[in-house]
Design a protein around this ligand. Structure first.
Ligand code: NAP
Ligand code: COA
Length: 268
């Protein structure tokens, strides 16, 4: 987790940063000197994350808030600036997922994923904007291969994450003049995460996922943390508006194959 990139005296805010990939990102920044703030719904998860992040020696804070609640999100950013100053790095990764056919899920099921992933991302970026360091902030949306690989059982996620990547591109244009860079990271299948547990719920499906990655292995949360640190470092100072797969080549083809295996399993 130790990187040549350092984030001492930098403030990093990770929306949805209390578990899985987003917590991995938070921990990578904390291990490399950053003061890290996390926000998610569960107060217990927030407390546990803050405790672990603090063990790296820098400052850490957390907020219990639902990204669908704009006022709560706005309040978290205002309190963050008061305590830790302007935000150098914003990661927006709160999301929800479950496998379901479009014709089988309720309108509210579709809406809940769009509200968390897409509207929630807009809430996070919009509320953070006055608190971002100008010039110099790095904004990273956590997308998914569903944004550009159509997958059965994922109409809600495909629609929402495609929207997230268009937010990345449009805000990279609107905020570029203030030297705020906006990029998406597209994680591949990342081991030991809730997302994988939901889409590859059996050892056979995990093996199939692994075999469908050109590099023939699942990714780790450190793989995504490393990419987030790179994109937020001076080494990436001319990179903006990019949708970056960090997936061992999975989204070239394998992401669709994995979902075909789940469709077969669910049809039995
Ligand atoms: P996860 O552990 O469930 O992470 C989701 C995080 O978002 C949690 O901290 C959760 O905490 C928070 N969250 C969920 N709904 C929220 C809401 N309404 N308001 C605020 N926070 C909320 O899942 P993960 O698999 O690591 O996924 C993390 C990100 O990576 C997601 O954006 C996902 O789309 C993306 N991704 C994952 C994979 C994968 O292989 N796992 C692949 C591609 C993309 P609370 O429950 O406390 O709210
Ligand atoms: N299949 C079909 N519909 C489902 C479903 C499933 N597996 N799980 C939930 N839904 C439906 C519910 O029935 C409800 O619709 P209804 O009101 O018409 O009955 C709707 O989705 C909202 O569910 P609810 O549990 O009230 O929403 P929530 O806001 O508490 O939770 C979820 C949001 C559903 C996305 C939940 O799975 C969640 O919190 N996920 C976060 C963690 C996660 O998904 N991590 C993976 C990586 S993104």
């Amino acid at each position: 987790m130790i990187s040549p990139l350092k984030f001492h005296d930098k403030t990093i805010f990770v929306a949805g940063g209390t578990s899985g990939i987003n917590f991995g990102i938070a921990e990578n920044f904390a291990a490399n000197g950053g003061n890290v703030v996390v926000m998610s719904r569960s107060q217990d998860k927030v407390d546990a994350a803050v405790e672990k992040l603090s063990s790296h020696g820098s400052k850490s804070m957390g907020f219990s808030a639902d990204v669908r609640d704009y006022d709560a999100v706005e309040n978290a950013f205002a309190e963050t600036e008061q305590a830790l100053g302007k935000i150098d790095v914003l990661v927006s990764g709160a999301a929800g997922n479950f496998p379901a056919r479009a014709a089988d899920m309720s309108p509210n099921a579709f809406k809940s994923v769009v509200d968390i992933d897409l509207l929630g991302s807009y809430h996070v970026l919009r509320a953070a904007y006055p608190h971002l360091k100008k010039p110099g902030a790095s904004v990273i949306n956590i997308s998914a291969p569903q944004a550009f690989v159509p997958m059965q059982l994922q109409s809600h996620v495909c629609a929402a994450k495609a929207g997230v990547d268009m937010l990345t591109r449009t805000l990279a244009m609107e905020w570029g003049a203030e030297n705020i860079r906006v990029n998406s990271i597209v994680p591949g299948p990342i081991k030991d995460t809730e997302g994988m547990a939901r889409l590859a719920p059996t050892p056979e499906l995990i093996e199939a996922a692994k075999n469908s990655v050109p590099l023939q292995e699942l990714g780790s949360t450190d793989d995504i943390g490393n990419a987030a640190m790179f994109l937020s470092s001076p080494m990436a100072s001319y990179i903006s508006g990019v949708v970056l797969p960090v997936d061992g080549g999975w989204s070239l083809n394998g992401a669709g194959i994995m979902m075909d295996s789940l469709v077969k399993m669910m049809s039995k």
